[in-house]
Ligand binder design. Structure first.
Ligand SMILES: [Zn+2]
Ligand SMILES: [Zn+2]
Length: 105
């Protein structure tokens, strides 16, 4: 992706500040990176200005709606669908954290 020019100057080295994308969204970074590591939060007006050029914020994964008929292997209680690391789903006891019964979804 081509860097988005902001027209702002880096106050450290006077290079141009460009829009960069980080895991938490867009921010301003010096175009002389890695020589200059100046970064700035992206001001709201710039976010608005470049919103067509920026990727949309990541959507949260929705839990699929399913009827859970499984019961907890530990206590026999109801199970709930939860999302785990890496976007995988699994069933966990609704009495968590008291009961740590889980099952693969
Ligand atoms: Zn700089
Ligand atoms: Zn349980």
């Amino acid at each position: 992706m081509k860097p988005i020019q902001t027209g702002l100057e880096c106050e450290i080295c006077e290079s141009r500040m460009v829009v960069k994308l980080g895991p938490r969204g867009p921010f301003l970074g010096c175009s002389a990176y890695p020589r200059c590591r100046n970064t700035k939060l992206m001001p709201a007006d710039l976010k608005e200005k470049f919103k067509d050029q920026l990727p949309p914020p990541p959507k949260k994964k929705e839990l699929p709606k399913v009827d859970i008929t499984e019961t907890c292997p530990e206590c026999g209680g109801a199970m709930k669908l939860r999302s785990g690391r890496g976007g995988n789903f699994f069933l966990a006891c609704s009495k968590y954290p008291k009961c740590r019964g889980t099952r693969e979804a």
